[in-house]
Ligand binder design. Structure first.
Ligand SMILES: [Zn+2]
Length: 478
């Protein structure tokens, strides 16, 4: 008597990501029941066992776990492409915009960013932003998995616009406390929401943006509430300068002495960390989110992810923000991560395709603390998976045996838009490239109108005249 299941995906080039490699199964099948994976194996072996409500023939497709984006700032999609090719990125390029992004503009950005990521096969989004009304509801409504991180800092309103490079920035502990309280309230509302699909992390923005006692307060709260901490660490020379001026230590040593380095911590960037500092952090059990595209564009640096992994650390990939990356696409991050690290090491063997694919799936899942639920296709795990159409010209021809070319092509040739079908928790969110959980035209139209209005507000602000972008426009470069 065959077992009744919801969905049966058959005849795939199946990459389970089980074991130490990519876990390839030729002519593979995945059985999905009640949002979880009921079986994985060769199609001929599983076909007689199940009676599915829906069968998806995945012939000509690669099927793999949904991709994980471990660090994003989704509202910034509304100002995509306005902040790159400059020095002092945060002050000269991003800060003029920060005060002009209204909650409605932020919402439009998040919707656009989730749409973009979903269409390119990202199923888990780790987002970091100052909360605004409707933020979490976007993820709930669009059906993706999310780890939401409300920003905590003690910076007075107005952000960093007007602050001079080299000066210590001011702290307002009342602002810090308010952000901590708001983050805790948010966590109590949303951690575990949507049947566990939405979870929350605590997000001190960076060690240089909060007084020591408030940073420690967040650590205690994370422990008592059972939450992970998601924090930018050593994210630029600006941060290291602030740390030395204010605390007399570089960030890794400061965090080490504070007792901050452990498995509860997801560190983002490590741009300015030395290989030795990266190893110190990795050996503590803390994890790393590597944003190759963003840090390449913003800083011209390849972060020490290789040293971090060689010291035993777990690394996930993140796309950061669209104001200066300029896309949120994990296929792009896989390729850039492999290339940048080979170039940095002057060694083509470094970070091969299968390793970066693991960083986007199983290793990424472990790094963000969801390794037992997602990141590989195996019995009992969440049915978060994608079908990639290998008939696309840039992924053809497809070789399986005796020579196999699929993983290198997924990493070095795919754009992300070959993703045909996306499933999260057993629910199909994208079918034949069409997003089923949002009105794509309406999402783009809303982002367009919010972006135009924000540009008008920025232009009316005196800080506009100092913007790098304006100088480039006047010079005929944009
Ligand atoms: Zn960030």
């Amino acid at each position: 008597m065959p077992e009744t299941i919801d969905t049966f995906i058959t005849h795939a080039h199946l990459f389970t990501m089980q074991g130490d490699g990519v876990g390839y199964v030729p002519d593979g099948a995945v059985a999905v029941q009640k949002g979880r994976i009921a079986a994985v194996g060769p199609t001929p072996e599983l076909a007689d066992r199940f009676q599915p409500t829906e069968t998806i023939d995945a012939s000509g497709c690669a099927v793999l776990p949904g991709l994980i984006d471990a660090h994003m700032h989704t509202p910034w999609a509304v100002v995509r492409g306005v902040a790159q090719d400059v020095s002092n990125w945060m002050q000269r390029a991003l800060a003029p915009y920060t005060r002009h992004i209204t909650p409605a503009a932020a919402l439009a950005g998040t919707q656009l960013n989730v749409l973009e990521a979903l269409k390119a096969g990202t199923t888990t989004l780790v987002d970091f932003t100052k909360p605004y009304p409707g933020w979490a509801e976007v993820f709930e409504r669009m059906g993706v998995r999310a780890r939401l991180t409300p920003t905590i800092n003690a910076m007075p309103p107005g952000g960093m616009a007007g602050w001079k490079v080299g000066d210590l920035y001011p702290f307002d502990p009342a602002v810090g406390q308010q952000a901590i309280d708001a983050a805790l309230a948010f966590a109590r509302d949303w951690h575990g929401a949507a049947a566990g699909r939405i979870t929350v992390m605590l997000g001190p923005q960076a060690p240089d943006m909060l007084p020591r006692d408030q940073l420690l307060q967040v650590k205690r709260l994370a422990a008592s509430e059972g939450l992970m901490i998601h924090m930018h660490v050593a994210q630029g020379d600006r941060e290291i300068d602030q740390m030395l001026q204010r605390f007399g230590q570089r960030t890794p040593q400061y965090l080490d002495e504070l007792g901050y380095l452990d498995e509860q911590l997801l560190t983002v960037h490590l741009t300015e960390a030395t290989d030795e500092e990266a190893a110190l952090i990795a050996q503590s059990g803390a994890r790393m989110a590597l944003c190759s595209g963003s840090i390449g564009i913003i800083d011209g640096i390849v972060p020490p992810a290789r040293a971090f992994r060689e010291a035993g650390g777990l690394v996930a990939l993140g796309s950061d923000q669209a104001s200066g990356n300029n896309c949120n696409n994990i296929f792009n991050e896989m390729k850039l991560t492999a290339l940048f690290n080979k170039i940095k090491a002057r060694d083509p063997v470094v970070m091969p395709a299968w390793e970066v694919l693991r960083m986007a799936t199983i290793e990424g899942a472990q790094a963000i603390g969801l390794g037992s639920e997602i990141g590989s296709l195996e019995n009992g795990k969440q049915a978060d998976l994608i079908l990639v159409d290998l008939n696309a010209p840039n992924l053809s021809p497809v070789l399986d045996a005796p020579i196999r070319n699929i993983v290198p092509n997924l990493v070095y040739a795919a754009s992300g838009y070959e993703v045909k079908t996306v499933m999260v928790a057993g629910r199909i969110l994208v079918r034949d490239g069409q997003v089923l959980t949002a009105d794509e035209t309406a999402v783009r139209a809303e982002a367009q109108s919010q972006a135009e209005a924000a540009a008008q507000r920025v232009a009316a602000d005196p800080v506009h005249k100092d913007m790098a972008l304006l100088a480039a426009m006047q010079a005929g470069q944009l």
